[in-house]
Design a binder for this molecule. Structure first.
Ligand code: BG6
Length: 481
């Protein structure tokens, strides 16, 4: 396992909120090498002592819920701080020459505009020589052209098998369980295609707002911030063919085929197949919150719903409704796979059109839940066998194992050199190619950004994209039934 983490962007929000707490947890659980060091790199002119004095209170301020007693005492002594001008490739060889020869993982938690300069600086410093590795945070560019430019520059400096592009959703245990669910069960695999599945809904609803990330978000919006990466990765895990093994490239090859099979959006279909929204003032979780106002000249959406089609044999004709938004009514990430109705209906009650078809609900957040919606008899003698009601079967795994931050798993994998949960350059580009088609279709069709009150489920016009996702079977009291 590599023992040195060069963390670029160490004073940034992601580092303080997620990466340092993750390192603290891994230290606490003794999962890192005995001589593990973090070299925190930022533009601010701190000494190591000043940085540690700043970091401790800052973590307690914004990441308190991730910290346990003793975490900071384990973490802070492992950190050295180095000030470097990240935009100047000369600065890195000057400031980080001392790390040469150590087995380094360089983690770029910086805006993508700095990726090329930092990578070139690392190469000049000899810090990308094998077996060193490079980790890149999302977003990888803001369209296909910029992603290609970054990928090409990176390819000149380090081989692909040592590049780790993060999509933190892939580090969530619940997301990995999708692979187990799909490929560990004959029952599901047998019906996992257009013959039996009517639609798939993928929803990532957040209650948080743009909150303090205005300059990044203004040029990103929900499509680039969430759909290009997290939503599409979930779609890939649902839609991909079974890989021949769980080897990193086998899985990524299959995901790539799905991304390439996504039907590009045409301007003529934009209004039918997508909705854009932006929250205005409202009430979320009983708290009044202001609306989001992007800077002048920006048309940024905080909500997006898209009806996607995967043009291949397995998924022909199956709509994938993708929806994500900020300041929505509830925080929930879920996938609902809706099966086709039975071919012939025998029962009096409910009537056929009222019967709930089978559904598989995979909830990833806030709690991990898997529920299979079946129809079952109302069993009580007074009801008779012809009366059916929905029976959601709880298939959830044990909740006794403590949850890890997604970044803990990803940091460990990067330090160990396992690329399976990281995104390959061609995947990133295929995802951007599809997203670019949507951006172009919106622009040609002049698709408006519709207002929705914070705390709602998005613009009313998006209702058709949501019902499958939100009316998933609710658990019933089996005793009463
Ligand atoms: C990030 C986005 O990638 O994911 C954020 O940039 C978003 O805007 C976040 O809030 C959501 O992640 P999670 O793990 O909280 O669902």
């Amino acid at each position: 396992m590599h023992d040195t983490l060069l963390l670029f962007g160490a004073t940034g929000d992601l580092a303080v909120r997620m990466l340092f707490p993750s390192i603290a947890h891994l230290l606490r659980d003794r999962l890192l090498p005995a001589d593990f060091r973090v070299v925190a790199i930022g533009r601010q002119d701190h000494t190591t002592e000043q940085f540690r004095d700043w970091l401790g209170p800052r973590m307690q301020e914004i990441a308190a819920k991730e910290l346990r007693d003793g975490d900071l005492d384990l973490l802070l002594p492992r950190i050295d701080y180095v000030c470097a001008d990240l935009a100047d490739p000369q600065s890195i060889p000057q400031q980080l020459g001392f790390a040469r020869g150590r087995h380094c993982v360089s983690y770029l938690a910086t805006p993508p505009g700095l990726f090329i300069a930092i990578t070139q600086g690392l190469k000049a410093a000899g810090l990308l020589d094998a077996p060193s590795r490079l980790v890149l945070e999302k977003p990888l560019g803001r369209d296909l052209a910029s992603a290609r430019e970054i990928n090409a520059a990176i390819r000149d400096c380090v081989s692909e098998d040592r590049v780790f592009r993060i999509d933190h959703y892939l580090g969530k245990a619940a997301v990995q369980n999708l692979l187990a669910l799909r490929f560990g069960n004959t029952l599901l695999e047998a019906v996992w295609n257009h013959q039996w599945i009517e639609s798939v809904d993928i929803l990532i609803a957040e209650t948080t707002g743009v909150d303090g990330r205005d300059s990044y978000y203004a040029t990103s919006g929900a499509l680039r911030d969430m759909v290009q990466n997290h939503v599409l990765q979930l779609l890939c895990l649902i839609a991909m063919e079974p890989p021949s093994s769980l080897g990193a490239d086998n899985v990524r090859d299959e995901k790539l085929k799905v991304l390439r099979a996504l039907r590009p959006m045409r301007a003529d279909d934009a209004a039918r197949d997508s909705v854009r929204g932006r929250y205005v003032a409202g009430v979320v979780e009983s708290r009044a919150v202001p609306g989001y106002v992007p800077p002048a000249g920006h048309d940024t959406e905080t909500f997006v719903a898209v009806r996607a089609a995967v043009d291949n044999w397995r998924w022909s004709g199956v709509p994938f409704r993708l929806c994500t938004g900020k300041r929505l009514s509830e925080r929930v990430t879920q996938i609902v796979v809706s099966f086709r109705p039975t071919s012939h209906w025998l029962f009096e009650n409910p009537r056929r059109e009222k019967a709930a078809p089978n559904r598989l609900l995979i909830r990833l957040q806030p709690e991990e839940d898997i529920e299979l919606g079946l129809m079952s008899s109302l069993a009580g003698s007074e009801w008779g066998a012809l009366e059916l009601q929905p029976l959601p079967l709880d298939l959830s795994m044990s909740r006794s194992t403590p949850r890890r931050i997604a970044y803990e798993r990803l940091l460990l994998d990067a330090l160990n050199g396992n690329t399976a949960l990281f995104v390959r350059s061609d995947e990133v580009e295929a995802a951007w190619a599809w997203v670019d088609s949507i951006v172009a279709a919106w622009s040609q069709a002049e698709l408006p950004v519709l207002a929705y009150p914070a705390g709602s489920w998005g613009p009313e016009e998006a209702a058709d994209f949501l019902p499958g996702a939100l009316t998933a079977p609710r658990r019933v009291d089996r005793g009463r039934a």
